[in-house]
Design a protein around this ligand. Sequence first.
Ligand code: ATP
Length: 245
Amino acid sequence: MSTTVSTPVEVRGLSRAFDDKTVIDDLDLSIRQGEFVALLGHSGCGKSTLLKILAGLDSETEGEVTVPERRSVAFQSPRLMPWLRVWRNVVLGLPRSKDRSLAERYLAEVGIEEYAGRWPKTLSGGQAQRVSLARALVREPELLLLDEPFGALDALTRGRAQRLVADLWQRHGCSVLLVTHDVEEALLLADRVLVMDGGRIAYEAEVGLERPRALGSPDFVRLRGELLHRLGVHDASAPREEATT
Ligand SMILES: Nc1ncnc2c1ncn2[C@@H]1O[C@H](COP(=O)(O)OP(=O)(O)OP(=O)(O)O)[C@@H](O)[C@H]1O
C-alpha cells in the first residue's frame, strides 16, 4: 500500500484471500476527492475486508492500493476505552493527547461537548457513536471510513446520526466510504453507491439527487428499486400492478 497527501483513493487489481478462500478478487475502485461513496453487498461479500485494507488494518494479497495519509475509521461498535474519560478517548494516540480543549472542540462538532468528562459506560449507544465520530474527525482525515456506524442504533437515533454525518462531510470536505446494509441510508447520503459481489464492484449507481433527499421522491424510489434488484432483494414498498382476473 502507498499513501499520498491529498490523493483520492485508487485501488487496482486488489485481491485478498484468507487461507485458500478468495474474498476480494481483482477489485478496482476509485474515490474522488471529497466524494461520498456507499458500499452495499450481502453479508460476507468482503465489504469490511476492503474497508480494513483501506484503513491499513489488513493488507492486500495482491494489487495496488493508494490512499491518503490522513484517514480515520469508525466501526459499528464505538470501541471506546472504558478506563478513559470521553475526552481522553477522543484524543487518544495523538501527539496532543492531553489537550482537553481540542477534544471538546470535536465533541462540540458532534453535539455532545457536555459529555467530555464522563466515563464511556454512562453514554447511550448514540452518544458513544458520536464520540467515535469525534475521535475519527479530530485526526482531520482526508478519507473517512465508516463500517456500518449506525447499524446498532434505533431508527430515530439513526436518522439523527445520518444527518450529522451528512453535515460533517459537507463541512469537512473529506472523502467518505460508508459500508452499510441499508439501501435507503446509502441513497440518502452518498454521491455514488457501489454493490460488491463476487469479490468485485459488480454495479454502481451515481445518485445525482439534490440534498437533502426525500425518501419518497420518484428518482429515489427508482434508484432504490434498481439497487434492491441488483442485490436480489424484493422491494416490498414498490407499487404493485392491480391483479386482473
Ligand atoms: N481475519 C480473517 N480470517 C479468515 N477469514 C476472514 C477474516 N476476515 C474476514 N474473513 C472472511 O472473509 C469473508 C468476508 O468477510 P467481511 O467481514 O469482509 O464481509 P462483509 O461483507 O463485511 O460482511 P458483513 O456484511 O456480514 O459484515 C467472510 O467469509 C469472512 O468469514
